[in-house]
Design a protein around this ligand. Structure first.
Ligand SMILES: [Zn+2]
Length: 369
């Protein structure tokens, strides 16, 4: 009998362990389960704005990047489900009627308008997050294609040089302008997260816009603060460093969400595929090179460059790459003719491996003087 009940106990323990290998992960310093997160994403358009022709592609790109990152970082202990509403959410207000006094009022106006419309439904048994992708910035002076502020209608004082998009010391562009207004909040009493990514953080996808999407849309929305001391993790300065596959969720923050440590594989295609261009600030009338790089062990079936020289024009794809290999890496290079003075180029590279694995990375170049 002893051995039989012992066997039963072991069986029960085994069943419990299989059903429930980990205690549920939960919101930061709180108890809402984030074992499954359901993010409902809406594209928010002021009444007088024209929707981007390919807004769904742009938003779906960020959704996919965030999901792959979340899966890698939490290894199944938290599952991220995201749905995009298939029609733009058209505001009752024009661009000019949006709140201009204070950026938090701008945030709450948008969040309340979408919430009160009752058009967004969340999946059951999941932590709900409303994530609004705004077509508009808090300050209307900033143009996200040229990444400069004309000053016209800008809500900030001159010099408007301070409104321009973030550019690293090496000349490479990263998302973010003081005109933007992206932010998010975890509202513990409502057991819900609310996030806003403004136009400066996504309409022109560049290295790091995927970090902004995750930072606001998942990180702050489940209560994560900025790390203390600050670091280059996704809740820190990751958006100024590189695309999201290069960063991580800070280990201590993960533990505080109830994550149980397991090993993370950062050797997959998502984690190792990168794109860039050379030089980082191309001269207006000189050809420059767009590059994609991945480990040699991946067998590439196709690799395609798409680009657009204007936010409203269709993507083109008529350049062929040259391939180079060294011990470890394979590099694909496309030569692009001169951009022209003051002009910009948005580009994205799709790679498909022989085993069917796919990745896409999007970036941006702007001509210097
Ligand atoms: Zn933040």
């Amino acid at each position: 009998m002893i051995s039989r009940s012992f066997f039963l106990l072991i069986t029960l323990l085994f069943v419990v362990a299989t059903l429930h290998p980990y205690a549920d992960m939960h919101t930061y310093e709180n108890t809402d389960s984030v074992k499954t997160i359901n993010v409902q994403v809406v594209y928010y358009l002021p009444k007088d704005a024209k929707p981007l022709p390919d807004w769904q592609d742009r938003i779906n790109y960020h959704i996919k990047r965030a999901q792959t990152f979340h899966r890698r970082e939490f290894q199944g202990q938290s599952k991220l489900t995201i749905q995009l509403t298939q029609q733009p959410f058209v505001s009752n207000r024009t661009k000019d009627e949006m709140p201009k006094d204070e950026v938090n009022n701008f945030f709450w106006f948008i969040i309340n308008e979408v919430t009160e419309s009752n058009t967004v439904q969340f999946a059951k048994n999941a932590f709900p997050i409303l994530l609004v992708m705004s077509d508009h910035n808090f300050s209307p002076g900033y143009d996200d294609w040229s990444r400069v502020c004309s000053g016209e209608g800008c809500l900030f004082d001159a010099p408007h040089e301070q409104c321009k998009g973030h550019v690293r010391h090496d000349g490479d562009h990263r998302p973010g302008s003081r005109c933007g207004g992206a932010r998010a909040v975890y509202w513990a009493e409502k057991h819900q997260g609310f996030g806003l990514v403004t136009a400066d953080g996504w309409r022109v996808p560049i290295k790091g816009t995927d970090c902004v999407f995750y930072h606001e849309g998942i990180g702050h929305s489940i209560g994560l603060p900025h790390p203390e001391p600050n670091d280059d993790s996704v809740m820190g300065t990751a958006q100024y460093v590189d695309a999201i596959h290069q960063t991580r969720v800070n280990e201590e923050q993960k533990r505080k969400l109830g994550w149980e440590e397991v090993e993370i594989n950062r050797d997959d295609l998502f984690s190792t595929f990168s794109v860039t261009h050379e030089p980082l600030t191309p001269l207006p009338d000189t050809p420059f090179t767009i590059q994609a790089k991945l480990p040699k062990r991946f067998s590439v079936q196709t690799i395609v460059l798409e680009y657009q020289a204007d936010l409203w024009s269709e993507m083109e794809s008529n350049l062929e790459p040259k391939m180079k290999r060294d011990e470890e890496w394979q590099t694909f290079e496309w030569e692009y003719p001169g951009l022209g003075a003051g002009k910009s180029l948005g580009y994205k590279i799709h790679v498909t491996l022989d085993d069917g694995t796919k990745e896409t990375l999007w970036h941006y170049a702007k001509a210097g003087n």
